[in-house]
Design a protein around this ligand. Structure first.
Ligand SMILES: Cc1ncc(C[n+]2csc(CCOP(=O)(O)OP(=O)(O)O)c2C)c(N)n1
Ligand code: SF4
Ligand SMILES: [Mg+2]
Length: 306
């Protein structure tokens, strides 16, 4: 008997809550990620947005790309502002002056999240606010000129970790922010990438349906800072996942699950070679990165199997 593959249509919501016409660079993976996050969130949301590329490109006075209530916060306090919004809504609801409870979402770049805003975020998680925090990780302080952050990967050249005779670029390993979130014992933590749009949107939906704090760490390819063609952003995200550099997983109440897995990882050179920020790396440093990626992937697999 002939067998037919069952075609299951998966539809992306048509409505955009981040309007087009913003000023992101051509091929910006972070703007694509934000657009998908906003599609999944829908209209009933209040956004607290740290200073960074996504705030800069979306709100040049007197215009705005935001079709939902949106607050531009400082670089360091998006999570604190979101905590206040969530607490205020709760009180208003208890007193009967507000019955429509909007989803509360804070967002920021890797600099805003892993470095300068980590204290505000850790406090919000410890207090247990019912809110989602989304980190758009393009692995450097991009909007101010590609300075390194603690999210910049080992070996990458940035303007403050330049590659040259005495330096191979970033000399430290990327901070593992999802693990830091898990260590706070919050109920939902996940990694995502706009190159896997359905996986990303499903995680947004799960995160906001979770009672309590949730965290989404989104790898966001940045052609300007990573120095690859604007047409390669989606491919770069896919290669990050297929090489094991950025695995896609979720942690629900402490239980790890890979949401995309491969029987065999591709070599990291597939991911590193097309990017100008890694082009200076000698063979032995590439091998060091390859070993580091396999080591981390195996550690993650053990957590999944535990
Ligand atoms: C206290 C403070 N220090 C520095 C800045 C300048 N500043 C604004 S955004 C930014 C970098 C943002 O980097 P990131 O959070 O990674 O977002 P990206 O631009 O990469 O999306 C910096 C250094 C600031 N606004 N406030
Ligand atoms: S610098 Fe990078 S993240 Fe920022 S708007 Fe340009 S491509 Fe996007
Ligand atoms: Mg950044």
């Amino acid at each position: 008997m002939e067998s037919f593959a069952v075609f299951v249509p998966r539809l992306v919501p048509q409505k955009d809550y981040l309007a087009p016409g913003h000023r992101a660079c051509i091929g910006c993976g972070e703007a694509l990620a934000l657009r998908l996050v906003m599609k999944a969130l829908g209209r009933n949301v209040i956004v607290s947005n740290a200073t960074g590329c996504m705030e800069i490109i979306s709100s040049p006075f007197p215009t705005t790309s935001w079709r939902v209530p949106w607050i531009h916060t400082l670089f360091e306090n998006a999570a604190a502002v979101a905590s206040g919004i969530e607490a205020a809504q709760k009180i208003m609801n208890e007193k009967g002056s507000r019955t429509n409870m909007a989803k509360v979402v804070a967002m920021g770049g890797d600099g805003a999240t892993l470095d300068i805003g980590i204290q505000a975020l850790s406090g919000a998680w410890e207090r247990g606010h019912d809110m989602l925090y989304v980190c758009f990780d393009n692995e450097a302080y991009m909007n101010t000129g590609i300075q390194r952050s603690s999210g910049t990967p080992f070996g990458a050249a940035t303007t403050t970790s330049p590659a040259g005779k005495v330096s191979i670029g970033q000399s430290t390993w990327k901070k593992n922010m999802p693990s830091i979130a898990v260590a706070h014992d919050i109920p939902y933590v996940a990694t995502a990438c706009p190159s896997y749009p359905f996986d990303l949107m499903e995680k947004v939906n799960k995160a906001v349906a979770t009672k309590g704090p949730s965290y989404l760490h989104v790898l966001s390819p940045c052609p300007t800072g990573w120095r690859h063609g604007g047409d390669l952003s989606v491919k770069m995200g896919r290669l990050a996942v297929e090489t094991g550099v950025f695995p896609l997983y979720e942690v629900v109440n402490g239980k790890y699950k890979l949401t995309v897995d491969f029987p065999k990882l591709r070599p990291v050179t597939d991911y590193l070679t097309p990017q100008g920020r890694f082009r200076h790396l000698p063979k032995d440093e590439v091998e060091r990165i390859q070993k580091g990626v396999i080591r981390e992937y195996e550690k993650l697999k053990k957590k999944v199997e535990a």
